[in-house]
Design a protein around this ligand. Structure first.
Ligand SMILES: NC(=O)c1ccc[n+]([C@@H]2O[C@H](COP(=O)([O-])OP(=O)(O)OC[C@H]3O[C@@H](n4cnc5c(N)ncnc54)[C@H](OP(=O)(O)O)[C@@H]3O)[C@@H](O)[C@H]2O)c1
Length: 348
């Protein structure tokens, strides 16, 4: 499910017969799907649904045999059953709502979509229950694009440790935007460059609102054993009222300059105290907040390469100095690799 930036790289990798002993039977974007119970060539299927999507005005005339309208829901052909794997490489809320149902049917779920375990708490709990009963839920791509973050938190817990606090730079896009930003050049220009380089979403408000980071913090805190709900996280959005009001991506682009003055002031104030700005997510029992912080450049969360994710974990074992995990936490290649790893684990 999902043949966009991440899904298409994954399908490319799956078309290499040496990659994994799996057969791809269904490939879908939001409007079309290609299905063959006896197996598809992933690269051909991708090309066919992309062609159908590009010409998707009318009905099914002109689309290749085997390509059909996709209902957009998680309803699967009846031949899918226990042991089969559904990969969710979308950001779709309606598909995320299907994660517990797929698990209940005995399917394995592998996901880059954060809205499953990072969505409503009840959904997260239903998924965890299914996993406790033996279901496989591969979620390494949801936070840190496959960095061993969730795995590490779960292994600490399994070893009897207790995670007491977490702090991190969880958005590769926001990490890039604030890396080297000192307030001298307009922030809006950096945002436009991030969009042009493909680091930010075409409508950068998705990144600037902090909503994506909220989901990631929820996933990490929940994996640490804390039943946090979305409303428990206080988010300082970077969006100005003008950006919030903008009706579409073009209007948002026109309103980007409304961020410049206040961010430039904050960066200059930080620099005057020898600090740099970072967009940080923090959780400790009782509080969770996300927003801009001024940090000394030697702080672990202020370091690393431009798009790197950085997470510090304090636990009983790591009480005085945190365990720090850092590395590239965005991009289609590392995310698709994380999905492949989870598919491999589901096959094991
Ligand atoms: N890009 C990254 O670097 C990155 C890194 C880590 C995690 N992620 C996560 O990975 C997921 C995918 O990201 P992306 O960058 O690949 O997004 P994208 O380029 O926007 O692709 C999303 C794909 O999902 C399809 N889709 C939407 N609703 C669907 C539905 N109901 N059924 C089937 N397909 C549906 C879209 O179809 P249409 O083409 O028809 O719209 C599109 O093909 C997101 O959850 C994102 O947060 C991305």
């Amino acid at each position: 499910m999902g043949a966009g930036t991440v899904g298409s790289v994954l399908l490319e990798r799956l078309s290499d017969p040496r990659s994994l002993p799996v057969q791809v039977c269904l490939v879908a974007n939001s409007r079309w799907r290609c299905f063959d119970a006896s197996g598809l060539d992933p690269r051909d299927a991708l090309a066919q649904i992309q062609r159908a999507r590009a010409g998707a005005g009318g009905g099914e005339t002109g689309v290749a045999a085997g390509v059909h309208r996709h209902p957009g829901s998680g309803e699967l052909p009846a031949c899918f059953g226990p042991g089969d794997i559904v990969v969710d490489a979308t950001a779709s809320e309606s598909l995320a709502a299907w994660h517990p149902r797929w698990l209940h049917r005995g399917l394995h779920v592998v996901t880059a979509n954060k809205l499953g375990i990072g969505g409503p708490l009840l959904r997260h709990q239903r998924i965890r229950r299914q996993v406790e009963q033996g279901g496989h839920y591969g979620d390494a791509a949801t936070v840190g694009a496959g960095l061993p973050l969730l795995r590490c938190v779960r292994e600490l817990r399994a070893g009897g440790d207790r995670v007491q606090a977490l702090a991190g730079v969880l958005s590769g896009t926001l990490a890039w935007l604030f890396d080297g930003y000192d307030g001298s050049a307009p922030f809006s220009e950096r945002v436009r460059e991030a969009v042009a380089r493909g680091y930010a979403e075409p409508d950068p408000r998705v990144d600037l609102s902090g909503e994506d980071v909220r989901r990631k913090l929820l996933i990490l805190a929940r994996a640490s054993g804390h039943a946090l709900d979305g409303a428990d996280v206080q988010v300082e959005s970077l969006l100005t009222p003008a950006l919030e009001r903008a009706a579409d991506a073009a209007a948002a682009d026109a309103a980007l300059a409304s961020m410049d003055a206040s961010l430039s002031r904050r960066a200059r104030e930080a620099a005057a105290h020898g600090k740099v700005l970072r967009f940080v997510a923090r959780f400790e029992v009782g509080t969770a907040r996300i927003g801009l912080e001024a940090l000394p450049p030697v702080h672990p969360l202020a370091q690393g390469g431009a798009c790197d994710n950085r997470v510090a974990i304090w636990s009983c074992r790591y009480a005085e100095r945190p365990l720090v995990i850092q590395g590239p936490g965005a991009g289609a290649a590392v995310t698709a690799a994380a999905l492949l790893d989870d598919i491999r684990r589901a096959c094991a």
